[in-house]
Ligand binder design. Structure first.
Ligand SMILES: C[S@@+](CC[C@H](N)C(=O)[O-])C[C@H]1O[C@@H](n2cnc3c(N)ncnc32)[C@H](O)[C@@H]1O
Length: 414
């Protein structure tokens, strides 16, 4: 039965939520204040007629982009959209009983994302399609233009389609191209290729390598193993230039990275020795080493090797001591962190439970948590707060423009 619904608020997953006598109804694409008419099934309305649009609704960038699962919030005006991300952070902290100053969300500019994961599929007439999955579906939405991505990535799409083509020959292969724009050009790591039963013959490799040359890629790798490298992909962190390993972590948008790094450096100012935990290839390490000596740790041996290689490229930094270590299984203890008066941690989505439990026993008076998952951040923050730290301030960072994802930096002191 068709119902008329008023959208009361935006949910954390980016669905408009209507409150009805029969319970909540989730409406993807609807905005707070809008009145819609829709068929409701199992508490959801996947399609609707818009009876009264919100004044905050704005035109979408293109019809294909409207279906894109990567940026579903593009139809919302900046101000309420950024305020909603801030509210998500506030509410997630509140669930752990945490109240603190939450700054305005830091926005990243359009056309600035330097990393994309592009799925490749065979299209009509043998054409290779590159794009994202549609919302709640396996259907591929072909990427043709994209207001979020760096234009250099969009310009490279025809060449990238040729790179993907040889990997599409096997029925079990579903290639994804992880494309990173580095200082020396595009670095592409391909995953999802069936390596046995004829999915990765010498001919497939040779054709992919030829296409990589034609597209002027800096490097092409497969599951992290280099197939061809025309130029070493490099990234600049502070004063250092780091040879990026294949498939290594890198913050997706330079403006988000700059916002995170500047807050971390500012918070630890005055410290003599800083620990950079989950350091990757040195995003925070090198800027931190401009103000203090740094011990850095990450489970990725390749990232640690890259970080070490970067040390010799920079002038005038304090000492950097980096080690490959699994911080879930073997967190650095207060003994390991002896002499550190500040700690920065930036874990994966799972958070840093085991490592955080070690921090109260250290002498650090400042801890900076950088997180891509407010839920695990809140869990870890609770440990620090219960041990006597005060969460001074949290800054939400909108690294993934128009997505439902929000990242943050939190500063703890005691
Ligand atoms: C969100 S990234 C941050 C990296 C770096 N701080 C940056 O900004 O580029 C998380 C990092 O955690 C590392 N990591 C994942 N699991 C880990 C573990 N169990 N122990 C230590 N490091 C881990 C990854 O290799 C990755 O570099």
């Amino acid at each position: 039965m068709t119902q008329t619904l008023t959208i009361a608020r935006m949910g954390h997953q980016g669905d408009g939520i209507a409150e009805t006598p029969n319970g909540l109804v989730f409406v993807p694409g609807a905005l707070p204040g809008e009145v819609i008419s829709a068929e409701v099934k199992d508490g959801r309305a996947e399609q609707f007629d818009l009876l009264e649009p919100s004044p905050d609704r704005r035109p979408i960038h293109s019809e294909t982009y409207a279906e894109c699962g990567v940026a579903p919030m593009q139809h919302w005006a900046d101000e309420p959209y950024l305020a909603w991300k801030r509210d998500v952070v506030i509410q997630t902290l509140a669930r752990e009983g945490i109240e603190t100053e939450v700054e305005a969300t830091v926005a990243v500019p359009q056309a600035s994302r330097r990393r994309l994961a592009l799925h490749a599929r065979s299209g009509p007439g043998g054409r290779v399609l590159l794009g994202f999955k549609a919302r709640r579906s396996w259907r591929l939405v072909e990427l043709t233009d994209c207001p979020v991505s760096d234009p250099a990535l969009i310009a490279a799409l025809p060449g990238l389609a040729k790179v993907a083509a040889p990997f599409l020959g096997h029925p079990k292969s579903a290639p994804t191209l992880h494309v990173t724009l580095t200082d020396t050009g595009l670095d592409v790591d391909v995953t999802g290729v069936e390596k046995k039963s004829g999915g990765l013959t010498a001919d497939v490799k040779a054709r992919a390598i030829a296409a990589a040359h034609e597209a002027d890629l800096a490097r092409l790798s497969l599951d992290g193993d280099t197939l061809v490298m025309a130029r070493q992909p490099r990234i600049t962190f502070g004063r250092a230039t780091v040879p990026l390993p294949p498939a290594a972590f890198l913050q997706a948008a330079p403006a988000a990275e700059a916002a995170m790094v500047s807050r971390a450096v500012e918070a630890v100012r005055g410290a003599k020795k800083v620990a950079d935990l989950f350091c990757g290839a040195g995003t925070f390490t090198f800027p931190l080493a401009e103000v203090a000596s740094v011990i850095a740790a990450d489970s990725s041996a390749a990232s640690i090797a890259a970080l070490k290689a970067g040390v010799s490229t920079a002038q005038g930094l304090k000492t950097i001591d980096a080690q490959a270590r699994d911080l879930f299984r073997r967190p650095l203890s207060p003994f390991d962190l002896k002499g550190c008066d500040a700690i920065v941690f930036d874990p994966p989505r799972a958070g840093a439970l085991e490592q955080t439990q070690q921090l109260p026993g250290t002498k650090a008076s400042v801890v900076v948590g950088v997180s891509c998952n407010p839920q695990t951040f809140a869990r870890d923050a609770r440990i620090l707060i219960d041990a006597g730290f005060r969460l001074e301030k949290v800054t939400p960072i909108d690294q993934f423009l128009w997505s439902t994802h929000v990242e943050l930096v939190g500063v703890f002191r005691r």
